[in-house]
Design a protein around this ligand. Sequence first.
Ligand SMILES: *Cc1c(COP(=O)(O)O)cnc(C)c1O
Length: 395
Amino acid sequence: MTDPNPISVPFVDLLSQHQLIEDELMTAIQAVIRKGDYILGQALVDFEAAFAADCNLQYGIGVASGTDAIALGLQACGVGQGDEVILPANTFIATLIGVLRAGASPVFVDCDPHTALIDLTAAERAITAKTRAILPVHLYGQMVSPAALLDLARNHNVLIFEDAAQAHLAEREGYRAGSIGAAAAFSFYPSKNLGALGDGGIIVTQTELIAQTAHSLRNYGAVRKYYHTDPGGTNSRLDTLQAAALQVKLPHLAAWNRERYRIAQQYDNRLQRLKSFGVLPIENHSNNGHVYHLYVIRLTQDCPVNRTMLQMELKAHGIQTGIHYPVPCHLQPAFQKLNHQSGDFPHTEALSREILSLPIYPGLTNAQVERVTGLIENLVMKSGHTHLQSLDSVA
Ligand SMILES: *Cc1c(COP(=O)(O)O)cnc(C)c1O
């Protein structure tokens, strides 16, 4: 059967975004080629300063990826062997890998089922004499409450290290993402709100000593050329070329985030009437400071439609969706040695079964959002109807 309404919707669309700024990108890249400072060059220094300033911070240290930003950032804060770091089980695997690579011991806690963010009450209960840091993840583009984090950190004398990989320029309670704690990590993976033309990441901080240590760690542990003081050093620099591309994109970021927010509001409005059918968007508790890296809905137990069925139905109509994330960190086969099992973090595990990420990116049109929500509504209503009928026939 041919589709009478062939509006297809990819999950993200980087090509059309880059097309709009292609001339600027080419000029910036050409300038680096001609200058020849490919490693630790001027465009990197300029971008680091500009990005840090956008976080309301002084120092930015570009590294090879967001994962490296977490590992080296923690190391630069003095977190390592023998230290416990509290992190949410509900996050992308890179958060865990970063903690392990720093040499620290990860301590998972569950999340709030409404926001999918780390449960700070559970985090407080998990604090021991060995706890050095709490690692909040500003998941999907929404910050964990800065006020609550700062309270917790002061009361228990632990440092805060933010995983802001999904939250470039996000705000809450007057704070920018990355500016709450000792230091923070961002990723420039291409599909992030600010993405490079390849891999990249950055550590940001307001503390000079942390910045100096991070500079050394990303450059073989050297304080100056061929003089190595830090054995934890490695080679992890953000390429000058990537920094040049990011510097072109950075001035557009605020407008792109506003567009994501507007699209999310449109989704919220269109999906409102499916609440009684058990379809619930992940809640926004940070007003317009949410930067919607992802727009995620939950198909709760009350929802008559099975997630796989809905995904397949949408796919059949040319609409791509995602699941962020289908297997929680604590149940990944690679990390069995952490000794967790099913049932340890029930909210995280329930979300992994119930969530579905809908397409969201700057450039997504109203018609495309209508198309996605229209198809979801049709399937849910139709299934809800038969569901109710079958309940009637039982009664
Ligand atoms: C993308 C991401 C990372 C890792 O960033 P990479 O640049 O891919 O290494 C870390 N944490 C979260 C929450 C992410 O979404």
